[in-house]
Write a protein that binds this ligand. Structure first.
Ligand SMILES: [Zn+2]
Length: 282
């Protein structure tokens, strides 16, 4: 219910000022004291005037490999490997905090943007892409696609993809279903658009009104049982940025690696195929 209200707010642009989750109030929630540094590391404060975000001294050990995939079948994680995914943004005051934290730990995330949000905040959307993060779309207005006709659902997918592409200036090769509400037919149609559907293995449930500590603990518990996986978070929530340094510190301390995801096109451009044929027949 809480999430429904949040997402309704996103859908109704005119009501943004009345929506507590989309207000752009200063976020002072990230505290250096919340960071648990792995053994041998010290938590220090940046000296550039931004004391709101913590910084861990020393080399980073959390960054893992870059995984290039062209279909969902290629998305295979090893034990102790995670992908950090952030849905529903971008939103100023929150997404940029998440970006800063990822940067401090030397890792990248997969940002599944709502088209309407990317359209409203194109500079931030572009920054997410420029920082080397994976870009995905999450429909245009965060619609429940199972509640729409097939054509209307695909129109939402297409419009969202175009909006995110335009805002970020990059190809959008990943897609996540809002509410994870999907169907076989839609999955197949989205795959035909050369987009990989991002599933969820570990739901942080950061959309619940709970403390950052409980979000962190739930995520770690689920991860411990599963060993690896795609973690679902939301960069529109204040508590997500608040808990992220602690989560990443704990992951690092327990030997996890954050995998960077990239899309690899399988088909060569038609002109290359044509010239290859030409060479072969000579
Ligand atoms: Zn969502």
């Amino acid at each position: 219910m809480h999430r429904f209200l949040i997402l309704s707010c996103i859908a109704v642009t005119a009501a943004l000022t009345a929506c507590s989750t989309t207000r752009q109030a200063p976020d002072t929630s990230i505290k250096t004291s919340s960071v648990i540094a792995p053994e041998g590391r010290k938590s220090v404060t940046k000296d550039d005037g931004d004391a709101s975000a913590p910084l861990l001294a020393g080399p980073h050990h959390l960054a893992g490999r870059t995984l290039e995939i062209s279909s969902l079948a290629d998305l295979k994680l090893n034990d102790k490997e995670v992908i950090l995914s952030f849905d529903d943004g971008p939103i100023p005051g929150r997404t940029d905090k998440v970006l800063a934290i990822l940067d401090q730990f030397g890792v990248k995330g997969a940002f599944m943007m709502v088209g309407q949000m990317a359209e409203m905040h194109p500079a931030l959307a572009r920054k997410v892409a420029m920082d080397g993060n994976t870009i995905g779309s999450h429909t245009y207005r965060h619609a429940n696609l199972n509640a729409l006709s097939f054509d209307a659902a695909m129109a939402e997918v297409t419009k969202g993809e175009m909006a995110v592409t335009k805002a970020t200036g990059t190809d959008v090769a990943f897609f996540r279903f809002p509410y994870l509400a999907e169907s076989h037919r839609l999955r197949a149609a989205i795959a035909m658009r050369d987009m990989v559907v991002m599933d969820v293995d570990i739901d942080s449930k950061d959309y619940f009104t709970t403390t950052p500590a409980s979000v962190t603990q739930r995520t770690l518990n689920l991860l411990q049982k599963r060993g690896h996986g795609i973690i679902l978070m939301h960069d529109i929530h204040k508590r997500t940025a608040t808990m992220l340094p602690t989560l990443l510190s704990k992951l690092e301390g327990e030997g996890y690696k954050v995998v960077t995801l990239k899309f690899r096109k399988t088909q060569a451009p038609s002109n290359l195929v044509a010239s290859a044929d030409f060479v072969a027949t000579r």
